[in-house]
Design a protein around this ligand. Structure first.
Ligand SMILES: *[C@@H]1O[C@H](CO)[C@@H](O)[C@H](O)[C@H]1NC(C)=O
Ligand SMILES: *[C@@H]1O[C@H](CO)[C@@H](O)[C@H](O)[C@H]1NC(C)=O
Length: 199
């Protein structure tokens, strides 16, 4: 009986921790965010530009699991191998070529596990036009919910957006000062890279 009461006490603690989760400030985007679930264990969620482009702009934020997902938004692929990282919060994001064999490293949050990823092509266009795809990976063992604003033609950010630096990892600050990037220092493997403006 004592054990049962203790168990009830513990579960009420867990519930109160979850219900105290703060609402996420989604910051300054000009198109509405849509929500998607990223499957666990290196599962991915992908969304592609519908036209060939040299300009991509996107914002990804981890949001509470209770956020209703947007039906039909993007394609989720389950992970294959159980994560050794356990339960956690954070994703990586890559802007990939349509084949998925290469990615634009200066428009990707691929070096660290982050809770926010804001990238904007700005005035350094991508070298080769293609139907680029945003691919978000979840390295943890729990599913995670993300909000995504994506455009293959214009900035998704207010005030004309910005230019992600032409270096690996691109922009590493949140566009909106209201959101904080939490960084988890893990090594993520690199594929071959594509450059911006390398015609
Ligand atoms: C997930 O991907 C990362 C980076 O490629 C790799 O280091 C890790 O071992 C993978 N984890 C699983 C569970 O496959
Ligand atoms: C971006 O960087 C790559 C090498 O990292 C370079 O080849 C390319 O010319 C740069 N583009 C601009 C516009 O600076």
């Amino acid at each position: 009986m004592k054990l049962l009461i203790f168990a009830l006490f513990l579960s009420s603690l867990v519930i109160s921790v979850f219900s105290q989760e703060q609402p996420v400030d989604l910051g300054a985007v000009t198109v509405p965010y849509k929500a998607a679930k990223v499957p666990p264990n290196n599962g991915t969620w992908k969304f592609c530009s519908d036209t060939s482009t040299k300009y991509v702009s996107y914002s990804v934020r981890i949001v509470p699991d209770s956020t209703p997902i947007t039906p039909g938004f993007g394609i989720a692929t389950p992970g294959k191998v159980q994560s050794t990282l356990g339960v956690g919060k954070g994703i990586s994001a890559q802007l990939e070529s349509p084949s998925g064999f290469s990615f634009i490293d200066s428009l990707s949050c691929h070096e660290k596990i982050v809770t926010v990823c804001d990238q904007d092509t700005g005035n350094i266009p991508i070298g080769t036009a293609a139907k680029y795809c945003l691919s978000v990976t979840n390295p943890f063992s729990n599913p995670q919910t993300i909000n995504v604003a994506f455009s293959g033609s214009d900035t998704v950010f207010e005030k004309g957006g910005f230019t992600s630096p032409n270096k690996s990892g691109g922009n590493n600050k949140p566009f909106s000062s209201a959101s904080i990037i939490k960084i988890y220092d893990l090594n993520i493997q690199n594929n071959q890279l594509k450059l911006r403006d390398d015609d």
